[in-house]
Ligand binder design. Structure first.
Ligand SMILES: Cc1cc2nc3c(=O)[nH]c(=O)nc-3n(C[C@H](O)[C@H](O)[C@H](O)COP(=O)(O)O)c2cc1C
Length: 121
């Protein structure tokens, strides 16, 4: 027997900032469960370190097959860096370092070293 559930955004769900439900799925806000926040670091083609704050992901698997599952938006440096370098590192920062990790989003140029700079991450 097949059950189909209604999958359209309810009218009472109104974004509290412009294009909220264009950038993010409305489902993210109604069926979400708590996710850890972590930092994915990669190498830019310039040789500088890249850091990307993430929450759509988890670690899972078994002996010999342990996976880092991440949902990274296309167009981000991290996506391109992983395709070109085939490597990445996952870091779980302490709560006190969260503001520094958040600031990196605004300092995202290809020539910026996002780890060894004055924020001290
Ligand atoms: C709390 C938080 C969680 C985020 N989680 C993700 C995520 O899971 N996947 C993603 O693609 N972007 C996520 N972002 C957005 C990226 O951190 C942001 O676009 C970043 O600047 C991309 O860096 P990059 O272009 O150097 O890879 C998140 C942002 C915040 C503030």
């Amino acid at each position: 027997m097949k059950h189909e559930l209604e999958m359209t955004k309810p009218d009472y769900l109104i974004g509290d900032w412009p294009n909220k439900y264009k950038w993010f799925s409305w489902l993210e806000y109604v069926v979400s469960v708590t996710n850890p926040i972590f930092l994915v670091t990669t190498l830019k083609t310039s040789g500088k370190a890249n850091a990307n704050l993430q929450s759509w992901g988890l670690l899972l698997g078994e002996e010999g097959e342990y996976w880092s599952l991440m949902a990274i938006k296309k167009g981000q440096h991290t996506y391109e860096n992983i395709l070109s370098e085939r490597g990445w590192c996952i870091d779980y920062p302490s709560y006190k370092d969260y503001p520094k990790c958040f600031e990196i989003i605004y300092s995202n140029g290809t020539s910026v070293d996002e780890i060894i700079w004055d924020r001290g991450i």
